[in-house]
Design a protein around this ligand. Structure first.
Ligand code: AMP
Length: 281
């Protein structure tokens, strides 16, 4: 495995692989790797010839009040984990090389970024789309792998890829959870022992929603009310949103019918966590 920091070196590496007709798989991350990230790598390893992982804590997707500075970073540890799962190249660019002085260009997907996470994190998806387009242009992957955990992110990226005719296939990978159900996240390191225990309620609430929907509860409001009560039973929790939406376009549903996405964002203490479940009603 090699670690490439410079854009120029990455470009010449990619050119070389393309000349040899290698299929390139790409896993973009912000590092501080866990089994969720590594599941994306394992899938890419099976389906492509060369696996490129980017590690870049992207400043443009954090608002000034968010945790850009505190976001956990440990490149040494990430290198070991990435290598053990068969990553060929870690692309680890500097902020200066990605956003040189005078940088002015951003990619904005409209409408589907106005609600859910987009509402409480204005500008977040603009930052995500911008960095993902830049990374796609640099890595030129045939297939890029994203986690279902950030469901809105994948829907937004798929839309962007379609709208901008970017020649890459997007694959969605299942959510990897800790024992007890908490979705793995680099931000879980912020949680105290008590908060980690309380955070299990998020998955419990999602499972409760699934149970209710499968028992033919058709009214999303009845389901979300139960979820809300369950989550708020923990002293450290505060809800950002609970939503039951269409899996294709994230439109809110009047009735739980077909394939629905149950999505939650909440704070456990000062840590904002997201999770979701797809239910076939
Ligand atoms: P991040 O480093 O948090 O930006 O995540 C990088 C990629 O890993 C994104 O596509 C995430 O959706 C995905 N990911 C994060 N957590 C998980 C998880 N628990 N299970 C599966 N994929 C995940």
């Amino acid at each position: 495995m090699i670690v490439i920091r410079s854009i120029k070196k990455l470009s010449s590496y990619i050119k070389d692989q393309k000349e040899r007709s290698k299929v390139i798989g790409f896993v973009p991350t912000m590092g501080y790797l866990h089994q969720g990230h590594l599941s994306l790598v394992r899938r890419a390893r099976k389906e492509t010839d060369i696996v490129v992982m980017s590690i870049f804590v992207n400043p443009t997707q954090f608002s000034p009040r968010e945790d850009f500075r505190e976001y956990p970073r440990d490149l040494k540890r990430d290198i070991k984990l990435a290598e053990s799962c068969g990553v060929d190249v870690i692309f680890y660019p500097s902020i200066k090389s990605m956003y040189p002085e005078g940088y002015l260009t951003y990619v904005d997907v409209e409408k589907i970024t106005d609600f859910l996470c987009g509402r409480s994190r204005p500008g977040h998806f603009k930052g995500v789309c911008t960095v993902v387009v830049k990374l796609f242009n640099l890595v030129q992957p045939d297939i890029a792998y994203f986690g279902q955990k950030d469901f809105q992110q994948v829907i937004v990226i798929k839309k962007m890829v379609r709208d901008l005719n970017i020649p890459v296939k997007i694959k969605i990978c299942s959510i990897i959870r800790e024992e007890g159900g908490l979705a793995m996240s680099s931000r879980n390191t912020y949680l105290s022992e008590k908060e980690r225990e309380d955070a299990k309620v998020i998955y419990e609430a999602l499972c409760k929603a699934r149970e209710m929907i499968l028992k033919r509860e058709r009214d999303p409001k009845v389901v979300t009310k139960q979820m809300k009560n369950l989550i708020l039973s923990k002293s450290t929790s505060k809800i950002d949103y609970i939503a039951i939406v269409d899996t294709k376009n994230l439109d809110p549903l009047e009735e739980t019918k077909g394939r629905v996405l149950v999505a939650v964002a909440c704070w456990i203490g000062k840590t904002r966590l997201i999770d979701n479940l797809i239910v076939k009603a």
